[in-house]
Write a protein that binds this ligand. Structure first.
Ligand code: NAD
Ligand code: TYD
Length: 361
């Protein structure tokens, strides 16, 4: 049995990861530490396969005594660290909490792992692994012609979110080099799929379109992201944890780079097809260009050659299938949507982020 501490497992990717792990791996037990911020919800943990192998603990990764207790009590040998503040727009409005959670929180976990594995030797260090889930945003932005990001690309974060993730990546690497902590890091592109909090582009556009609300495209909508279906990311993470080399970084992505405006049009087309009788069809009538994000990264693209050749991973979902499944999921889960919006004071966020953008495109 492997005893896995998942941090941030009530959030989007963390909860999908726990569903994935319990579904595919019979020999793991999961302890899920999550502070249940606006982005985390127990709704995301409903219907877990083989639920008795999952223990939920409400608390913060910055709480050192709590984290120490979890390492000892559950003989943790594997950490998969998702917990973070994850939204660029919120980091522009409130950067402080990003430093607390993403930098101090990661540092706290690293210290606890160092104590448990290298000082107290609670498990043999050869069997231990600390996996840090990071983002391609640490590499900054690409011009039209620059080659994709890869593992050796220089860090040039440009938003408070990206800067806090970059800082946490540096700490994780330093703990490997300085203390020999067995770490791996993955830097992944934009995820989408079921249970994503509707502040992010894809669920926001789906839910606004279904409800006949404007679809707020920042600036000209020609910014480019690489999109990965969340289950593909979960598979990549588990491959890195179980087969990746200690001390290494792996870039993960979906091998596609459409401009944002194309994603929004595709969502509208899928909805037109699924709901031809909707009074809001054709949904693209709802597209509205609004004021751009300050310091908006123009283009991301990521080279997945290393994880493909070393670990045999490549994405299973095409963007077309993944988007169709995602739209379908949001249409089929209105109770999840209402619960999440209510718990997180969603209306307040929408007002704060979008009110001043109107008419400024
Ligand atoms: P999310 O915002 O949906 O979820 C974050 C979770 O962390 C929430 O459940 C929240 O309650 C929890 N959390 C926040 N602060 C905490 C704290 N102090 N202690 C314990 N739990 C806390 O984020 P996500 O989209 O699922 O992203 C997960 C990780 O993946 C993040 O580290 C993010 O940087 C990284 N990542 C995300 C994407 C993406 O497109 N979403 C892409 C690449 C990497
Ligand atoms: P987002 O989902 O916030 O992810 P990230 O900023 O981490 O890439 O945004 C994805 C892209 O969509 C990004 O270029 C910003 C853009 N965007 C909009 O155009 N309108 C919106 O309302 C949101 C939330 C994002």
């Amino acid at each position: 049995m492997r005893n896995v501490l998942v941090t941030g497992g009530a959030g989007f990717i963390g909860s999908n990861f726990i569903h994935y792990l319990l579904r595919t791996e019979p020999d793991v037990r999961v302890v899920n530490l999550d502070a249940l911020t606006y982005a985390g919800s127990l709704e995301n943990l409903k219907g877990l396969p083989d639920e008795k192998r999952h223990t939920f603990v409400e608390g913060s990764i910055t709480d050192r005594p709590l984290v120490d207790r979890l390492f000892a009590e559950y003989t943790i040998d594997t950490v998969i660290h998702f917990a973070a503040e994850s939204h660029v727009d919120r980091s522009i409005l409130d950067p402080g909490v990003f430093v607390q959670t993403n930098v101090i929180g990661t540092f706290t976990l690293l210290e606890a792992a160092r104590k448990a594995w290298l000082v107290d030797k609670l498990v043999p260090v050869e069997t231990a692994r600390f996996h840090h889930v990071s983002t391609d945003e640490v590499f900054g932005t690409l011009s039209k012609t620059e080659p994709p990001f890869e593992e050796e690309t220089r860090y040039q974060p440009r938003s408070p979110y990206a800067a806090s993730k970059a800082s946490s990546d540096h700490f994780v690497r330093a703990y490997n080099i300085t203390y020999g902590l067995p770490v791996t890091i993955s830097n992944c592109s934009n995820n989408y799929g079921p249970r994503q909090f509707p502040e992010k582009l894809i669920p926001l556009m789906i839910l606004n379109a279904v409800n006949g609300r404007p679809l707020p495209v920042y600036g000209d909508g020609m910014q480019i992201r690489d999109w990965l279906y969340v289950d593909d990311h979960c598979e990549a993470i588990w491959k890195v944890v179980t087969q990746g080399r200690v001390g290494e970084t792996y870039c993960v992505g979906g091998d596609n780079q459409p401009p944002n405006i194309e994603i929004v049009h595709t969502i509208c087309d899928i909805l037109d097809e699924l709901r031809p009788g909707s009074v809001f069809a054709p949904h693209e009538k709802l597209i509205t260009h609004v004021a751009d994000r300050p310091g908006h990264d123009r283009r991301y693209d990521i080279n997945i050659e290393k994880i493909h050749t070393e670990l045999g991973w490549s994405p299973r979902y095409s963007l077309k299938t993944g988007l169709a499944d995602t739209v379908q999921w949001y249409l089929e889960n209105p109770e999840w949507v209402s619960a999440i919006m209510e718990q997180s004071d969603y209306g307040r966020w929408v007002k704060r982020n979008y009110e001043d953008r109107k008419g400024q495109a």
